[in-house]
Write a protein that binds this ligand. Structure first.
Ligand SMILES: Nc1nc2c(ncn2[C@@H]2O[C@H](COP(=O)(O)OP(=O)(O)O)[C@@H](O)[C@H]2O)c(=O)[nH]1
Ligand SMILES: [Mg+2]
Length: 369
């Protein structure tokens, strides 16, 4: 049994395969890892498999699978999951875009209790080198779509990740197209994920296999994962969308609190309208905070109880920001552009709601590490 299996999908990588295998092996050696390298090739016509077979003669931790049907990157990776002889799988490209030097860090992330460790291009410290504008735009589009499903994950479509066997073992993966990580996130059985920044370096030799078809397949995959979450409420996607839903319910309850307090205070002549309104708004903010803290984001609070005052302060500031957004949009649309003020206010409320959810999700109730 190996400590981990590095799964390398290949198609026409004759120019790179020697180098990646020896670099991964060197990392194993330096870190005293008993690692397996599993090359999953789609019957490359360029001699990739011949080279791997030759390399195998001097390495007994290297295996090769040659697939002849159902050509595709995701399918190849899933075949790797099936054949790997360890409990931890690490997927990386053959073209040296993913640095083997990060393998020990990713493995340590798994040992620290994460189910998934993602090599992330889109976070501080990460990046992409030498990509043409077109590739960048496509990738950002794909990442944006992926984040609709997983708002917390900076790079849900990275091809460089480590995963515990248990996450994918019984997952009903439907591998298709390029983005196997999205499928693993959408259908795998995981709770904790960690991202590690790295700099993606575009291949120096050989050519990319990305085609127009790939983009269509990806869109289908996003829809398929959204649909899956509808029937699987334990999935990360469903849990995330439920937060948005609960946040909306709490927001509506805030309207009732606000209106109720205002009416109540106005019964007493002592309170002027501005004073009564400020008290009503503030009480609705406090009430919203309590509900969101105890209900909407309850699952993210396990280790963060001591920081409740900090969360309250953060929520308060974000809420004031939301109020200003609402106010500004209402006034700009109604006064400058001539919208009906009721419609203008609805726009203001919707944008403020989006702001409140997004910022609070990212900062006030961010998952504790
Ligand atoms: N087995 C297999 N591997 C593939 C396939 N398409 C791409 N790959 C491999 O997947 C990795 C990433 O592919 P690449 O073309 O470099 O994609 P890019 O980096 O996004 O341009 C490389 O190791 C490829 O050899 C495929 O259809 N089957
Ligand atoms: Mg590449």
């Amino acid at each position: 049994m190996y400590d981990l299996t590095v799964i390398i999908p290949t198609f026409n990588e004759a120019a790179n395969i020697r180098k990646i295998v020896s670099e991964v092996d060197a990392v194993f050696l330096e870190n005293s890892l008993n690692g397996e390298i599993l090359v999953v090739d789609d019957n490359s016509p360029d001699g990739t498999t011949g080279i791997v077979n030759e390399l195998k003669k001097t390495r007994n931790n290297l295996s090769l699978v040659v697939r002849e049907q159902d050509h595709g990157l995701s399918q190849a990776v899933v075949e790797g999951f099936r054949l790997a002889r360890s409990e931890i799988f690490l997927v990386m490209d053959a073209d040296l875009s993913h640095p083997p030097a990060l393998i020990p860090t990713m493995l340590a992330g798994i040992h620290a209790g994460n189910d998934l460790v993602i090599g992330s291009r889109y976070m501080e410290g990460g990046g992409i080198k030498k990509w043409p504008l077109k590739r960048r735009v496509i990738s950002l589009g794909a990442t944006f779509l992926g984040r609709l499903l997983f708002p917390e994950i900076r790079d849900p479509v990275s091809g460089f990740f480590a995963v515990k066997k248990g996450v994918v073992e019984h997952a009903p993966l439907r591998p298709k197209g390029y983005k196997i990580l999205l499928e693993v996130l959408g259908k795998g059985n995981w709770k904790k994920v960690k991202e590690i920044p790295f700099e993606f370096v575009d291949r120096a030799t050989g050519s990319s296999k990305l085609k127009g078809q790939t983009i269509i397949e990806y869109a289908e995959q996003v829809i398929d994962n959204a649909r899956f979450s509808w029937n699987h409420h334990e999935s990360a996607v469903w849990q995330e969308w439920m937060k948005l839903f609960r946040f909306g319910i709490v927001g509506l309850s805030g309207i009732i609190v606000n209106e109720g307090v205002l009416i109540y205070l106005k019964q007493y002549d002592r309170f002027s309208l501005p004073v009564a309104s400020i008290v009503a708004i503030e009480l609705s903010i406090l009430s919203n905070f309590i509900w969101n803290d105890l209900w909407t984001f309850r699952s993210d609070q396990e280790h963060a109880l001591s920081r409740r005052w900090q969360r309250l302060l953060s929520f308060q500031v974000v809420s004031i920001g939301g109020a200003i957004i609402n106010f500004a949009i209402l006034n700009v649309l109604a006064t400058l552009i001539g919208f009906d003020y009721r419609l203008a206010n609805i726009f203001g409320i919707l944008v403020a709601f989006a702001w409140n959810f997004w910022v609070n999700r990212r900062f006030t109730w961010k998952k504790s590490e």
